[in-house]
Design a protein around this ligand. Structure first.
Ligand code: 5GP
Ligand code: MG
Length: 175
């Protein structure tokens, strides 16, 4: 498949994605018995994953979506991550973040640190994809769909320069 100037080859089929997402949901349903978690989908990349995952969630729960924007902070820590669209009060809530892919881990690490300031009961990350070789900011990933090699992927919500999100499967850069 071509997206803009690049060629991608089939990597994870719709069937394989579907099956694994059901497994993740089953695990979450088991782990959150007796709780009312709030799922937070991180846009844009996770919109298809969040949708398919949430269809299989059976514990009483809510879902909300946010966008993460990073900007250069004035502190020594460099970039600061802010969430746009987060209106819920997360105090004492069990939060499950739904992410498309954790690459270096920088985004999630900083965002989780920000969320902790709201005193939620717990925060867990559910990411469809994870590139262990690229991880530079170690973080606890409770639910991981697939550990994949350090190669660029598109499809099923993930983009290349805004394009390529619209497929039921995931493709890997052909190089
Ligand atoms: P991190 O802060 O973990 O390095 O970056 C995570 C973000 O980078 C993801 O949410 C995603 O937007 C983007 N990203 C990392 N690897 C890929 C990839 O292989 N394909 C696409 N489409 N986005 C990626
Ligand atoms: Mg993302």
């Amino acid at each position: 498949m071509n997206v803009l100037d690049k060629t991608f080859r089939p990597f994870l089929s719709a069937e394989v994605l579907n099956e694994r997402i059901k497994e993740l949901a089953t695990q979450i349903n088991k782990d959150y018995i007796g709780k009312n978690p709030i799922f937070i989908g991180i846009l844009n990349g996770s919109f298809m994953f969040a949708s398919d995952l949430y269809k299989n969630i059976t514990v009483p729960s809510t879902i909300s979506f946010i966008k993460l924007v990073s900007y250069k902070g004035t502190t020594s820590t460099g970039t600061v991550i802010t969430a746009i669209g987060l209106e819920e009060d997360l105090t004492d809530k069990d939060v499950i973040l739904i992410e498309d892919i954790v690459d270096t881990g920088k985004t999630m690490k900083e965002f989780v640190a920000t969320l902790h300031k709201q005193s939620p009961a717990s925060i867990q990350i559910c990411t469809l994809l994870h590139k262990p070789e690229a991880l530079q900011h170690p973080l606890d990933l409770k639910y991981v769909g697939f550990e994949i090699p350090n190669k660029f992927v598109v499809g099923y919500g993930l983009d290349y320069d805004g394009f390529g999100r619209n497929s039921q499967e995931i493709f890997q850069l052909d190089e």
